[in-house]
Design a binder for this molecule. Sequence first.
Ligand SMILES: Cc1cc2nc3c(=O)[nH]c(=O)nc-3n(C[C@H](O)[C@H](O)[C@H](O)COP(=O)(O)O)c2cc1C
Length: 387
Amino acid sequence: MAGRFGGYQNEIYLQGLAGTTPPMSTDLTALEEAAAAVLTPEALGYVAGGAGAGTTMRANREAFDRWKIVPRMLADATDRDLTTTVFGTQLPAPVLLAPVGVQSIAHPEAELATARAAAGLGLPMILSTASSRTIEQVADASGDGPRWFQLYWPNDPDVCASILERARKAGFTALVVTLDTWTLAWRPRDLDRAYLPFIRNEGTAIPMSDPAFRARLEKTPEEDQPTAILHWIGMFTGTDRHWGQLPVLRELWDGPILLKGIQHIDDARRAVDAGVDGIVVSNHGGRQVDGALGALEALPGIARAVGDQAEILFDSGVRTGADAFKALALGAKAVLLGRPFVYGLALGGEDGVRHVLRSLLAELELTLGLAGYRTPGELTPAALQRG
Ligand SMILES: Cc1cc2nc3c(=O)[nH]c(=O)nc-3n(C[C@H](O)[C@H](O)[C@H](O)COP(=O)(O)O)c2cc1C
């Protein structure tokens, strides 16, 4: 067997004999343009947009372009296996679905469609605090699928504890704490349309269904939605957040904890000193600090500094199998796929997300083999050259 995922290629060619072509492009860099035809301008701006002039988003892609794969020949790479172990759990491939909030603006089935597609392939979905469906609804859709929970850390301890308890009960195993978005960046594409989904009650299903949050309100969200929304938004001021508070989360969560948004080696070291289990090297897809370094530029140094003490995951700019290959070679244990699956969701719901994931996995598996490797574990920086 050549590998579990590469077969999508033959499946597509064989379907061609019956006159069928894939539901959308297999070039995942082309999906933003395709999704532009089906998303509202507001939704497209929210998903595709970034901070400021978009230079960090561009830097994310340029960082990938600067590294070149150097293929090896006659390397006996016919049998490939993408299986990867993260936090002691085996995953079919080193790929997870990045936490993306407000998926209702992309498709009516929102996070439920994403959960089903991810579960079908056995890839972990990371559910955002800004989900447009409740924790329990998404867990239901995910069934036996692996699932992690992403926390935007609210400054009300009871609400924080309640949300985490719900996530734990609903079968979410790892906790991803996003540090880079304690306030929203200056995002011109949203500002120009005066568009913020949350104040329109999109992406607020988790607090609105949370007993501890509801207990804080004089009137229920059903009676007075604007006040409920403003109360929720007010919980994310970043006030009182510092490294010394991480033990609080450890008390509330007994599974693995990862910090998302790490870019500086010293922060990676602090994270490890604070006892976290993993780091997501990420700049939030260029949505927070404009003029920042491409996230891939930060990866090798962080992997060298703390890669033997914590699981290093990566996102920001991953679009193709070759991109995933490069991030794995530079020290990531797994990559998080972000915008491309959202475009798949917009274009085709659950089927669209599945197509995007299968395309990425097939391309990764083929790239791995054609470059002369059989497993992600064989990849080291020696597989690349800085060009
Ligand atoms: C529309 C959108 C919503 C997002 N929502 C969240 C979120 O709720 N929590 C979070 O930690 N990251 C969020 N992110 C960031 C992603 O998890 C990830 O870091 C980013 O998409 C990576 O960049 P890329 O998609 O360009 O590869 C969001 C990204 C997008 C595009």
